[in-house]
Design a protein around this ligand. Structure first.
Ligand SMILES: Nc1ncnc2c1ncn2[C@@H]1O[C@H](COP(=O)(O)OP(=O)(O)OP(=O)(O)O)[C@@H](O)[C@H]1O
Ligand SMILES: [Mg+2]
Length: 329
């Protein structure tokens, strides 16, 4: 049996005066012990809702979830001691220092004063926060908050760790640092379920990826399996001017084996092809005849973004902008 197992989870929110939202719509998940699973999905896909159900913060409308064979809904008090959670928004006390925040978590978990302080110190070092340990968190940068929050989730050395978008808002260097920490936790036996909007992050970290959209899993596999499911190479062209987009799409249609995809700014056009080099040569020849100016042209292997596009017909970018429009309303 998998360490974390969820079957058919549903959760519907019914905001006053608005249509009901099916945040989870029959979600299945399974995470073997000692592995990293990524839930990959755009804004509003149901990632946070899934994490909240598994960490006993909300009760699903239907479906079951177990961790280590323990029912999450029926026995939340037995679940809480074995899990750690770092939510999407850092949950820290602004007025306490980094050290005090961690010590407080230790006390809340009844570690005892001495053990609690020792663990806080250990985590401060692990997360490279020594300089900031005696500063109140309100003066911390976003990346520092993220780290102190994750450290808080590790105070009790949980068997399974839930990380909701652990690197959103981090700069590239801090992101790499966070990835290293997550990998080292797993090498020591921790099981990790993380959510992410970054295809690269899932690709880098996860043994298994569940792509979710609309509260359910729409694809599952390793990064390689998901990429293979989209098949073949891509020919990708960067145009000097979007005036040439239509002509380029027309040419790519001729040589591709699927409908060409156009980026939001209309300057990048991509198509899946059977034989990459040959297709690229033919495409370039035709574009030259039509005087289409290129910044860049090349072949590439499919990315997880292509997987998402194939599965949903939308890019993750488009989904993001739909959501921000939604929020602006
Ligand atoms: N308390 C709530 N009341 C009403 N609707 C909610 C509530 N919580 C979540 N939702 C809705 O449920 C859907 C899923 O939300 P959720 O927070 O799980 O998405 P997410 O995948 O974590 O998105 P993000 O990437 O933006 O964090 C969204 O449409 C959201 O608006
Ligand atoms: Mg979320």
């Amino acid at each position: 049996m998998n360490f974390v197992e969820a079957v058919g989870l549903t959760k519907t929110y019914t905001p006053k005066g608005a249509e009901p939202v099916h945040a989870l719509d029959g979600l299945d998940l399974s995470v073997p012990r000692g592995t990293i699973t990524a839930i990959l999905g755009p804004n509003g896909a149901g990632k946070t809702t899934a994490v909240k159900v598994l960490t006993t913060l909300i009760i699903p409308d239907s479906g079951t979830a177990t961790i280590g064979g323990i029912d999450v809904v029926k026995r939340p008090d037995d679940i809480r001691p074995i899990i750690g959670v770092s939510g999407q928004y850092a949950a820290v006390d602004e007025n306490l220092t980094g050290f005090e925040n961690l010590d407080m978590v230790g006390r809340l978990y009844h570690l005892g004063a001495k053990a609690s302080r020792a663990r806080a110190k250990e985590l401060i070092e692990l997360f490279d926060l020594t300089e900031a340990m005696n500063r109140p968190v309100k003066g911390f940068s976003g990346g520092m908050r993220r780290r102190i929050d994750l450290a808080g989730a590790l105070v009790t050395q949980p068997e399974v760790l839930f990380l909701d978008e652990p690197t959103t808002g981090l700069d590239p260097r801090s992101r790499l640092g966070m990835w290293d920490i997550i990998r080292s936790l797993v090498s020591q036996g921790t099981t990790v379920l993380l959510t992410t909007q970054y295809l690269e992050e899932a690709d880098q970290l996860a043994d298994d990826i569940s792509v979710i959209d609309g509260g359910r899993v729409i694809a599952r596999g390793t990064a390689d399996e998901l990429k293979a499911s989209v098949g073949g190479q891509r020919v990708e062209l960067n145009l000097v001017t979007p005036d040439d987009t239509a002509a380029t799409v027309e040419v790519l249609r001729r040589y591709g084996n699927a409908e060409p995809a156009v980026s939001n700014d209309a300057r990048t056009v991509t198509v899946s092809v059977a034989r990459g080099p040959e297709a690229l040569q033919l495409v370039l020849r035709d574009l030259e005849q039509r005087n289409v100016a290129l910044y860049d042209a090349g072949m590439r292997r499919p990315t997880l973004d292509d997987v998402f596009l194939r599965l949903t017909g939308r890019t993750t970018e488009e989904t993001d902008s739909e959501e921000s429009k939604e929020k602006a309303r």
